[in-house]
Design a protein around this ligand. Structure first.
Ligand code: GLN
Length: 194
């Protein structure tokens, strides 16, 4: 049976994620906006966008508690960019920013600086067979520090840009904006493995 993948559709590039995931065999991706819709998913994708806005809207609609509860029952979560920020336990210099606090790491927002606001590069990512993937970074965060149990999957210029902790996956870049679907497939495999 196809895996049911909800894409959090409150703000950000959820449409691109839905389209990209639906290109992969074995996945059925659709937008989710309500706590009830989050209850019976195999996986949830939290897209890129603006992490402060995503945090505020999720709190207002009770989605934050629904996500935390569904994850506790086994739902996998993949966050890209703002989604990664929102999943983290710590956000550098922003202790007050709303977050799920699930992925045990400290992220730094807009961390690559103005000079390289947005850029693309070829990136080696652990777990993706067949070599580097094209990675698109847009005002991206990086992971400054990880706690025990968090595996670093990719590093760019000495900065951590992809991590995995159990059923949680975080990427600072945007696999939904290229035509390489290996990260989507990695996420689907993760649901089976853990
Ligand atoms: N800079 C955004 C934030 O801090 C993230 C950018 C993105 O998701 N592309 O939330």
């Amino acid at each position: 049976m196809a895996k049911r993948i909800g894409v959090l559709a409150v703000q950000g590039d959820f449409a691109e994620h839905i389209a990209a995931m639906n290109e992969v065999a074995g996945a059925e991706a659709f937008p989710v906006k309500t706590a009830a819709a989050i209850e019976d998913l195999d996986g949830l994708i939290i897209p890129g966008g603006e992490s402060t806005t995503i945090g505020k809207l999720c709190e207002r609609f009770g989605l934050d508690q629904a996500i935390i509860a569904a994850h506790a029952r086994g739902m996998a979560i993949w966050g890209t960019c703002a989604g990664l920020i929102y999943m983290a336990t710590d956000i550098a210099d922003r202790p007050e920013q709303q977050r799920l606090g699930l992925l045990h790491c400290r992220v730094k927002r807009n961390a690559f600086g103005r000079q390289v606001d947005s850029f693309e590069t070829d990136l080696q990512v652990e777990g993706l067979e067949g070599g580097e993937t094209r990675a698109v970074f847009i005002r991206a965060p990086y992971v400054e520090a990880v706690q025990n149990g968090v595996r670093v999957l990719s590093v760019f210029n000495d900065r951590i840009v992809a991590v995995r902790e159990g059923r949680l996956l975080g990427t600072a870049f945007h696999p939904e904006l290229t035509d390489d679907r290996r990260v989507q497939r990695y996420f689907l495999q993760m649901i089976d493995e853990t």
